[in-house]
Design a protein around this ligand. Structure first.
Ligand SMILES: O=C(O)c1ccc[n+]([C@@H]2O[C@H](COP(=O)([O-])O)[C@@H](O)[C@H]2O)c1
Ligand SMILES: Cc1cc2nc[nH]c2cc1C
Length: 356
């Protein structure tokens, strides 16, 4: 399924990009006056291979939830059971992601890819559990390569199912206490940064915990032999398995699945940024189908976005995860595309163009 998905991904269509750029300039507005929105519309035209690109409606948020063995090292002030408790909160509609999704008219699906507890069945819960949490990445690989591939394929499957039920835009979400440690390790490896530059304070930690977290990320890279550059997709899979989380792997698969279906994927915060680095290492063309929804306060996120060459749409200091930053960006993406559908041209509206 992974190989088949990678084979189906097409890069952006340069002709659609050129057409979309030219069309933007014929709309009744001064050239470039919509700033980043013009780039978003052009990008989505390239991704879809059509000008104007289809409206990205309806949208579906998938929140991938998992636990982390590195939690035992004291890298977060929150108990591990908050992961499963928040899953219950998403399912009953009480989390911030639910409020933002309701505001934006987006559906919410929760996917268990590795929560360290059994979950009762629920209508919006998809059970794709790989294991009851990863192993401690600072002592050895967090998961096997086989588990990493299964988690990637879980994400591909969720993207396929959501698109089959009508979604025309996918938004990434995550829930996993301690997952900012795994995110920092992935970003250090895939973006070639020092752990101290890309480790952040996650849900909120004091200086002593922060120092320990940086040391743990360093230990993870050392123990797993990840100091050299990644050169092949097989290196990327091994690095993902060594220091990633099940939700990172599944989100990487979700991105690949969306790209293969030519449906745009709006990325959330640092966890999605780390997952996008993995997806891009497996197939750089997948990035043509991604939009960076926002920039999280977590320092590794800016490093990941810079490495990917993605410009975040919203920058409001959020550091919650769940898909909240992606959900805030979604109406902006819709507005950018609607301009291409609804706005008159200078010719059709009889508006005189500038003379010099
Ligand atoms: O999206 C982000 O950029 C982000 C930044 C900081 C924290 N989080 C969320 O907080 C949890 C991980 O934080 P921590 O401190 O336990 O590693 C996890 O559930 C994430 O969704 C998310
Ligand atoms: C309460 C809480 C909600 C969250 N949502 C995403 N990560 C989270 C972490 C905590 C601790």
């Amino acid at each position: 399924m992974l190989a088949e998905t990678l084979a189906a991904i097409r890069p952006a269509d340069p002709r659609a990009i050129a057409e979309a750029r030219a069309y933007q300039d014929r709309l009744t507005k001064p050239r470039g006056s919509l700033g980043a929105l013009e780039e978003i519309a052009v990008r989505l035209a390239g991704a879809a291979g059509a000008t104007p690109p289809p409206m990205p409606e309806p949208a579906a948020l998938a929140i991938f939830a998992a636990d982390h063995g590195v939690h035992a090292r004291g890298v977060t002030p929150w108990p591990q059971e908050v992961t499963v408790q928040m899953v219950a909160n998403f399912l009953s509609g009480g989390a911030v992601a639910n409020a933002f999704a309701a505001q934006a008219g987006v559906s919410v699906t929760v996917v268990d890819v590795g929560v360290a507890a059994d979950l009762p069945e629920a209508p919006n819960l998809v059970n794709r559990k790989i294991a009851y949490g990863t192993a401690d990445l600072s002592e050895g690989p967090a998961m096997s390569v086989d588990q990493a591939v299964r988690a990637l394929e879980a994400g591909i499957g969720v993207a396929r199912d959501l698109v089959a039920s009508g979604a025309r835009c996918l938004i990434t979400g995550d829930m996993g206490i301690a997952n900012t440690t795994a995110s920092a390790a992935l970003i250090a490896v895939f973006a070639g940064r020092d752990p101290a530059e890309v480790t952040g304070r996650g849900t909120g930690i004091d200086d002593e915990t922060f120092d320990r977290k940086v040391d743990i990320v360093r230990a993870a890279l050392r123990t797993n032999g990840l100091s050299g550059a990644l050169t092949a997709p097989s290196d990327a899979l091994r690095a993902l398995a060594a220091v990633g989380g099940f939700e990172h792997a599944a989100i990487a698969g979700f991105i690949l699945g969306g790209a293969a279906a030519r449906v745009p994927v709006i990325l959330d915060g640092v966890i999605a940024g780390a997952a996008a680095l993995v997806a891009a290492a497996l197939d750089p063309a997948a990035l043509d189908h991604c939009i960076a929804g926002h920039r999280s306060a977590e320092p590794g996120h800016a490093a990941a976005l810079a490495h990917l060459g993605l410009r975040p749409l919203v920058d409001l200091g959020l550091r919650l995860g769940e898909g909240t930053g992606g959900l805030l960006a979604y109406p902006v993406v819709c507005a950018a595309v609607r301009v291409m559908h609804d706005v008159a041209t200078f010719d059709s509206a009889g508006v005189t163009e500038k003379t010099v």
